[in-house]
Design a protein around this ligand. Structure first.
Ligand SMILES: [Zn+2]
Length: 302
């Protein structure tokens, strides 16, 4: 049995054909062109789905992960930020079901990424997991007893705009001191530029200088690692999962900073939580979307 998994992000819409045993077949990526509004996003999504359906596989359903707060029960985008203008309120499931006459499921992209990691990643037997993604923003998802915990209004795991430093750095949401203003990859690069006076474009360049112990970069990265450890420790106290899974673009340079981060976690007087890195990269959301539609087609709870 094959299905289509799709991941709708702020910059790209990525889709692939996946088998029920987790085999990855054809894939297609198109730009989201989000600034042109919801019709352009839908048009990109349908291009991905139509091209994959033309590949002559026996597709039995379509799973879609999207940025934003998603009402997965009704397949509706409950709220999307200005990264996807006009996307709030779109009845995504019914639009795609009516267009393609196939079963469809829709959920938040971070929820799908966590499900994908649990299905095809390196830690398949873990039942309670908190995922935190450190990329352009800070997102995440929660799973307890093997089930996603989406929250009362579909914001569960959306850590980015929790307050971290009262009155602190200005966040792109307009408030001050959000987690995202400290721990996103974007904030990491901004702070490196501010504190060194040099213009870094990518986090990888900052980590590279850290690896070479460039004097003014060392405290930037050490602060980031300490703040991340503090954040994870705070979540661990209240949520108490078996494992934290850290994903997002910052993980690409993990061989440079991960050991220091683990040491930092161990400095806490409490027993340090188990923290692992996500293993599927930007494929996780597509795997998760595929696994969810497979469950729906098989009549299982999802
Ligand atoms: Zn914010």
């Amino acid at each position: 049995m094959e299905v289509i998994g799709v991941d709708i992000g702020g910059t790209a819409i990525k889709g692939a054909i996946i088998s029920s045993n987790g085999d990855w077949w054809e894939e297609i990526n198109v730009p989201t062109r989000a600034k042109n509004g919801k019709n352009e996003i839908l048009s990109g999504l349908m291009r991905v789905i139509s091209e994959l359906l033309n590949k002559k596989f026996n597709i039995v359903g379509i799973g879609i992960g999207s940025a934003g707060n998603i009402d997965h029960l009704n397949g509706i985008v409950d709220f999307a930020s200005e990264n996807l203008p006009g996307w709030s309120g779109v009845c995504l499931q019914s639009v795609i079901e009516e267009t393609y006459k196939l079963p469809v499921v829709v959920d938040n992209d971070a929820n799908m990424a966590l499900l994908g990691e649990m299905w095809c990643g390196s830690h398949p037997h873990t039942q309670s997991v908190v995922m935190v993604t450190l990329g352009t923003g800070v997102g995440g998802a929660n799973m307890f007893d093997g089930k996603l915990s989406r929250g009362a209004s579909f914001k569960g795991g959306n850590w980015g705009h929790s307050n971290f430093v009262p009155g602190g750095r200005l966040c792109n949401c307009g408030r001050k001191g959000c987690v995202e203003a400290y721990l996103s990859g974007t904030a990491f690069v901004e702070r490196a530029c501010e504190q060194t006076g040099r213009c870094y474009r990518h986090g990888a360049d900052v980590f590279n200088d850290y690896q070479h112990r460039v004097a003014d970069v060392v405290p930037v990265v050490q602060s980031y690692i300490q703040e991340l450890a503090l954040f994870i420790d705070s979540l661990a106290e209240g949520l108490n999962p078996e494992m934290f899974l850290i994903g997002g673009g910052v993980i690409h340079a993990k061989e440079i900073w991960w050991e220091d981060f683990q040491k930092c976690l161990k400095q806490n007087p409490q027993p340090s939580p188990l923290v692992r890195s996500a293993s599927l990269g930007n494929r996780a959301g597509i795997y998760g979307a595929a696994s969810t539609i497979i469950k729906k087609v098989e009549g299982k709870e999802f």
